[in-house]
Design a binder for this molecule. Structure first.
Ligand code: C2O
Length: 527
């Protein structure tokens, strides 16, 4: 196939996406980062040069939702699939466009995604599309005016230093208005900085590729006075259904078709809205707006939509995704009996020093940036405390079916170190699209969805359960973690070692490991 090449320069920058000037880390000076576009089956080659200096820090870029079959070392997770890219170093990722649809890339280094290292990915399929016009990516990000490391410090801080992570705004394709009188620090700020604009074709089927690339908030997305037909979630085509709103947890995507209005109704502008749930996150300003218009002339003018918001009731959903009876895959895949079932109990606790910490079956996630797990296992040397690490079958002799039952419930109501509430966790597995067998309140009753949805991220609801299943068809080390940046920072992540005996034979691993780790070791010795 063809190779699509991109050059990414990751640097610090001061930008004001919503009018409030903040310190960011961005790709090629822009937020959101540049679009990566390819046809299914192409190779994508991205050379990432890191210039995050003053202060210096590392970076990696993860290509969210891609399978990375045969290239687990290009998955972009520091401490798992590579060492971080040191400042002033370059690293070239090369992987297959192995899916069709919409996704995004983001830094996987600490909570650096929140600093602005995020951008859309579109992989085009064979020309049998169900739409007339591709409007392109609609990247929704909750927005924080504080620098990410301060927020992480606050979240995992102890005692009176512990601070919840409130978001300040909600952006669509990197824009939204902000009322500067609400800013809590005295920094340059311009009110009414403006919103993004999207043009639809009248009377046509317009495709919108909606991405939640934010750090925390669960988003409810809708378009005033227009219904949508949802045709895929994450990278998986679903049985199309009509709705007036969709849910998107951090890391989730939906492709939707909007039928364009005609005549007089196409002579005006409408609001596109993304609202952060106040029930499931901590937004100071939960509303994200963008303008939608039809005519060429409007593109040049300042657009002032006035339109009626969709009415929908979200309390029924709680902090969960749409029920599995609503989102059914287009192509059915039978639910097999698992060879192995792993039950994981998630606890939000305070550790011995009083910091917030997530435990999965009593272990919290630990990572060593200088010694990625992939390196350790290929060198036959996984003796370090890589926790929690589940070995999903040693041998490559045939695919096995692994079922994972996530439980998100307070197990000991008398223990003062356990929180009384549990939160929603959009759980993301690398290297796979899992089948979603069940997701809901309370404990799992053992029943399995008929025609189970497949996707790469699904919400584990508060006080509830999430049951997923996948085949070991992809030797590698794959994180399965909460996509809320602050929860991952507090340890809500596990690693799955898939088919060890095949992992050690993947060509190129040793080369990639030494490439990134030598530079990182040298850099970390001097810093
Ligand atoms: Cu988009 Cu491990 O994440």
């Amino acid at each position: 196939g063809v190779t699509r090449k991109y050059d990414f320069h990751v640097t610090r920058a001061q930008l004001a996406p919503d009018g409030y000037l903040r310190d960011m880390i961005v790709v090629n000076g822009q937020f959101p980062g540049p679009l990566i576009e390819a046809n299914w089956g192409d190779w994508v080659e991205v050379t990432v040069t890191s210039n995050i200096t003053g202060p210096d820090e590392g970076t990696t870029i993860h290509w969210h939702g891609l399978l990375q079959k045969g290239t687990p070392f290009y998955d972009g997770v520091p401490g798992i699939s590579q060492c971080p890219i040191a400042p002033r170093e370059s690293f070239t990722y090369r992987f297959r466009a192995d899916h069709v649809g919409t996704s995004f890339y983001h830094s996987h280094y600490s909570a650096q995604i929140n600093a602005g290292v995020v951008g859309p990915i579109v992989f085009h399929g064979p020309k049998s599309q169900k739409w007339d016009y591709d409007v392109g990516p609609v990247l929704v990000t909750d927005w924080f005016h504080k620098e990410y490391f301060r927020i992480v410090q606050g979240v995992v801080g102890s005692g009176t230093d512990r601070r919840p992570a409130f978001s300040d705004n909600n952006l669509i394709n990197g824009k939204m208005n902000f009322d500067c009188s609400l800013a809590d620090r005295d920094r340059p700020c311009v009110s009414n900085a403006g919103v993004s604009k999207f043009r639809l074709k009248p009377g046509k089927d317009n495709l919108l590729r909606i991405i939640n690339g934010g750090s925390a908030g669960l988003q409810y997305f809708s378009v005033d006075e227009h219904e949508m037909t949802v045709i895929s979630v994450d990278f998986v085509p679903i049985q199309p259904y009509r709705t007036n709103f969709i849910t998107l947890g951090a890391g989730q995507r939906s492709d939707v078709i909007i039928h364009g209005k005609r005549g007089k109704l196409a002579n005006r502008a409408y609001w596109m809205r993304s609202n952060i749930s106040t029930m499931c996150a901590l937004p100071r300003q939960p509303y994200g707006l963008a303008a939608l218009y039809y005519s060429e002339e409007d593109a040049k003018m300042e657009i002032k939509p006035s339109s009626h918001p969709q009415q929908y009731n979200i309390t029924r959903l709680g902090c969960n995704n749409e029920p599995l009876t609503v989102t059914k895959p287009l192509h059915r895949k039978p639910v097999q009996k698992p060879h192995r079932t792993i039950t994981i109990n998630v606890q939000d606790t305070l550790n011995a020093t009083g910091s917030d910490e997530y435990l999965m079956n009593n272990q919290t996630f630990r990572v060593n940036y200088n010694a990625p797990i992939l390196k350790a296992v290929t060198e036959g040397n996984a003796s370090q405390p890589y926790e929690p690490l589940w070995n999903a079958y040693e041998t490559g002799s045939g695919k096995r079916v692994i079922r994972i039952v996530w439980e998100n419930q307070k197990v000991d109501p008398t223990n003062p170190n356990f929180y009384n509430v549990t939160f929603a966790h959009p759980m993301h597995l690398h290297g796979h699209d899992f089948q979603v067998l069940a997701a809901g309140a309370g404990s799992w009753d053992g029943s399995v969805a008929t025609n189970a949805l497949r996707r790469d991220t699904h919400i584990l609801p508060p006080n509830g359960h999430l049951v997923v299943q996948f085949e070991t068809d992809n030797p590698g080390v794959w994180p399965f973690h909460c996509h809320v940046a602050w929860h991952a920072s507090a340890g809500l992540s596990i690693s799955i070692l898939e088919r060890l005996s095949d992992v050690v034979r993947i060509p190129g691993t040793a080369h990639v490991m030494s490439q990134t780790c030598e530079a990182w070791d040298a850099w970390s010795k001097d810093n």
